[in-house]
Design a protein. Structure first.
Length: 251
């Protein structure tokens, strides 16, 4: 986007990567929504940025955060997402909403017990690794695709949680009763662009967000693309569409 003439800011979320904060490796629908508004604060203080022409792009889980932030932060004039995940939905209900109330209750009870252990030790225990060291061949296709990105030179970074680590064992708690997209209709009349891969396991998140949002809105499906293709495949990421969308809507 910078190459196309936009002042662009990329940032790691609080408590992860190059960002500060303790404990490490914690995500939160509240904190990570606030991250976007803080980014808007920062951009609006730059002399070469017009405060009335700020937009947001969110990728994967931060696509849902971007929509949530835009709903409450009226300074954002347009929002686009690629391979969007609704993290609160998938943590609370499982993929395709298949988590039963019994399974949900068991998860919450286990995390409650883990909090006692963490409180006694004074540190937050890590959960299971986000990705295995090696594939066995029996993993779901989307896990293989994540592995192909995060566990290979294509996307590996030693301080990336998805590459080489895990969130805390109780990380899901804050997401499980705080639906991120509750106020998605309040983004209107500001425009939304939702981009998803045709073969992405996450496609339904973007489709359902599109149904829930008010106009103006647009859903763009990239033929043949899977979820992680829209992370780094320069031949599949629709940069021209993103450029025209933001050029038109940040006038």
């Amino acid at each position: 986007m910078a190459e196309r003439g936009f002042a662009a800011l990329a940032f790691d979320p609080s408590y992860a990567g190059e960002s500060g904060g303790e404990p490490r490796n914690v995500a939160s629908p509240d904190i990570n929504t606030e991250d976007f508004s803080v980014a808007v604060d920062f951009l609006g203080l730059q002399r070469n940025v017009d405060r009335n022409r700020i937009g947001v792009i969110g990728i994967c889980g931060f696509g849902g955060m971007a929509l949530n932030a835009t709903a409450i932060d009226k300074r954002v004039k347009a929002v686009g997402t690629t391979s969007m995940y609704d993290m609160s939905r998938v943590m609370a209900k499982g993929y395709y909403d298949k988590l039963t109330i019994e399974e949900r209750t068991k998860m919450l009870e286990q995390m409650g017990q883990q909090r006692w252990k963490d409180a006694e030790k004074g540190t937050s225990a890590a959960g299971p690794r986000n990705l295995p060291e090696k594939l066995t061949g029996n993993e779901p296709q989307f896990v293989k695709e994540y592995f192909d990105y995060y566990r290979t030179p294509r996307g590996f970074h030693s301080r990336s949680l998805n590459s080489n680590g895990a969130w805390t064992a109780t990380n899901a708690l804050s997401f499980m009763n705080m639906p991120l997209l509750t106020y998605i209709k309040e983004i209107s009349p500001r425009p939304i662009l939702l981009i998803a891969g045709e073969n992405a396991h996450s496609r339904y998140f973007s489709e359902d967000a599109y149904k829930a949002a008010a106009e103006p809105k647009e859903l763009m499906i990239i033929p043949g693309a899977v979820h992680v293709d829209l992370y780094d495949r320069l031949d599949k990421i629709p940069f021209d569409k993103l450029m025209s969308f933001f050029t038109q809507n940040l006038k």
